[in-house]
Write a protein that binds this ligand. Structure first.
Ligand code: PLP
Length: 299
């Protein structure tokens, strides 16, 4: 099993063609290089959870996700690395396993399928414990790694981010990564989150609850670039991702980072930033999510 290596993380300047004279710098933090499966932010949200599971003598990780969940497959892989069993409680029945779920199984994760209705109990530890009653010593990680350990782990990403950047731009699902970073970064650095869900801006209130009061400022969400909704994509997005790869040699994913970078480019070309702005975009990984469009991508 190959290892998770933070030493691979790099900051890569994007081609100036991409922003001409609109901003002073546009770079990308390549968290996707941490590991191909436990990609990007997923590793940071999991690492303190797994450490506490091991330190506390727990044997089985239980977590939750849909059929295309990057979190689920990252958990399956990382739990195995830490010598822990893993169980994934999956929303919907999936008679045909998605590529993501197949990979979860291949990493030794046991999958338990529940209806969309039952899945709404995901915040009830007793419900999950009952479903997994054939194992004990359970350590439950919420969907998306969205707990205090997840946020603190995500806060560790701040060690790669210098104070010279005026804006930090990243994709948002649960907002765990954004909240963790906001709690750690200098409040003078603006954080801009891109939500890939239709009308996803509603999660702002939920995210704000997890930000310490003195840091709960200078961050915003954009939900305009959803391309039809979560997990949806179209030719325009694929063309954009192919062009981005051709110019920068960086693969983006259709669910999160492709939409984020589309939005970043739209904001830059609309003149949303002062010319002396120094932008850092974060590549949060998720490339295994491209399996369904592999033949339409140049990478
Ligand atoms: C899961 C994921 C996100 C969302 O992270 P949150 O902490 O839930 O906001 C963003 N980008 C990629 C590639 C992801 O896999």
């Amino acid at each position: 099993m190959d290892t998770i290596s933070e030493r691979n993380v790099a900051i890569q300047p994007l081609s100036t063609e991409w922003y001409y004279n609109k901003v002073a710098a546009l770079d990308m933090l390549r968290l996707d290089l941490v590991h191909p499966v436990v990609s990007g932010n997923k590793w940071y949200k999991l690492r303190l959870n797994l450490k506490h599971a091991v330190d506390g003598g727990f044997k089985t990780i239980v977590t939750f996700g849909g059929g295309y969940s990057n979190h689920l497959v990252a958990t399956a892989y990382a739990a195995k690395m830490f010598g822990l069993r893993s169980v994934g409680i999956v929303r919907g029945s999936h008679d045909m396993l998605t590529p993501t779920l197949q990979q979860c199984t291949a990493e030794g994760m046991e999958l338990i399928f529940v209806s969309h209705e039952d899945y709404k109990n995901k915040h009830e530890p007793a419900w999950a414990t009952n479903l997994v009653s054939h194992f004990d010593e359970l350590f439950i990680i919420p969907e998306g790694g969205d707990n205090e350990w997840g946020r603190q782990g995500a806060g560790l990403i701040s060690r790669f981010i210098s104070n010279n950047y005026t804006h930090i731009l990243l994709s948002v699902g649960t907002g765990t990564t954004l909240a963790g970073l906001r709690n750690k970064l200098d409040v003078k650095q603006q954080i801009i989150g891109f939500v890939p869900m239709k009308q996803g801006g509603y999660i702002k209130d939920t995210i704000a609850k997890h930000i310490i009061p003195e840091k709960n400022d200078n961050w915003e969400l954009h939900d305009a670039w959803h391309f039809g909704g979560f997990g949806k994509c179209n030719d325009e997005l694929l063309r954009f991702m192919n062009d981005f790869y051709t110019v920068n040699t960086i693969p983006l994913d259709i669910v999160y980072t492709g939409k984020m970078m589309y939005g970043v480019q739209a904001l830059i070309s609309a003149g949303a930033f002062a010319p002396d702005s120094r932008l850092l975009t974060i590549h949060t990984g998720g490339l295994q999510g491209n399996a369904s469009v592999k033949d339409q991508l140049v990478y």
